[in-house]
Design a protein around this ligand. Structure first.
Ligand SMILES: C[S@@+](CC[C@H](N)C(=O)[O-])C[C@H]1O[C@@H](n2cnc3c(N)ncnc32)[C@H](O)[C@@H]1O
Length: 269
């Protein structure tokens, strides 16, 4: 991230969700996403400019698909008894506001870098409903466990962790350390839903350049099996792994998808 500035990729993916929200056949509804955008991006979005290439359309679809898959994952975990939802690298994730009924009796917290968290807090004051708790950290520099303990998230309760659109920006060591810090604070049966980008495809080169230009270079790309190698020493099993083609077939059968994107569920054993 550019020091002191809110994450631009967080705004970019919110922009894709805002575009998705405008589609009649959209795979999700996120009326809050547009608030993350500045005036120029809103104009670009309204003009349709943001989807002017097939490439952007595929990326938009895959960002929406992973969000929808994690929506469904979270709702299933809560229905199965998770009493807490912890959203890591939350950006402009609006689940706390999009699902007020399902999350009524659930403790929800968002964790993010300070600059993004501060902007989110400012923008979301207008959003109706109960705001989540807010924790700040840098996954690459700090022990997440310390931040969780400081904020009263240290007990091992049944928890659904969402970690969307973040692993690709971290070195493998930080992914492993974050999963390690979470592990003793998650009761057995807790789940971590997250996504990643598989190693290079031709299309992938485009995103590498895009995110490097906005100060958030790709640091990790791997497949679910590579994730499991980082997670299993901390007591996680891989129980779901879906690539974008599978998610597309489930939620948006007629739309081309980005080939590198995947979603996984790790279960604390
Ligand atoms: C692509 S955005 C995803 C945001 C959100 N999860 C979503 O899907 O809309 C990446 C997020 O990860 C956060 N992030 C990236 N690297 C981080 C780090 N080292 N420490 C804390 N947060 C980080 C950014 O602040 C940003 O909110």
């Amino acid at each position: 991230m550019i020091a002191g500035l809110p994450s631009l990729t967080a705004r970019l993916v919110a922009g894709y969700r805002a575009l998705e929200d405008r589609r009649n056949d959209g795979v999700l509804r996120d009326p809050f996403a547009i608030d993350a955008l500045g005036i120029v991006s809103r104009a670009a979005l309204r003009s349709g400019f943001a989807t002017y290439t097939p490439h952007h359309r595929r990326l938009q679809t895959s960002v929406a698909l992973r969000h929808r898959a994690l929506d469904d994952g979270m709702l299933a975990e809560v229905a199965a008894g998770a009493s807490r939802v912890l959203i890591l690298g939350a950006g402009f994730d609006a689940r706390a506001w999009r699902f007020p009924d399902a999350l009524r009796d659930v403790r929800v917290a968002e964790v993010d870098a300070p600059s993004t968290s501060a902007l989110k807090a400012k923008l979301s004051v207008r959003w109706p409903g109960r705001p989540p708790e807010r924790l700040t950290t840098d996954f690459a520099q700090e022990d997440l466990g310390d931040a969780l303990d400081r904020h009263g998230w240290g007990d091992a309760e049944r928890t659904c962790v969402l970690w969307e659109g973040v692993t690709m920006y971290l070195p493998a060591s930080a992914i492993k350390a974050t999963l390690g810090a979470l592990a003793p604070r998650l009761a057995p049966g807790s789940a971590v839903w997250l996504d990643g980008w598989a190693p290079s495809t031709a299309v992938h080169a485009f995103e590498r350049q895009l995110v490097r230009l906005v100060g958030e270079p790709i640091r990790w790309s791997g497949r679910p099996d590579d994730l499991l190698r980082l997670a299993s020493p901390h007591g996680y099993d891989l129980t779901v792994a879906s690539n974008s083609a599978e998610l597309g077939a489930r939620y948006a059968p007629r739309r081309p998808v980005h080939p590198a994107s995947w979603v996984a569920r790790l279960e604390r054993s």
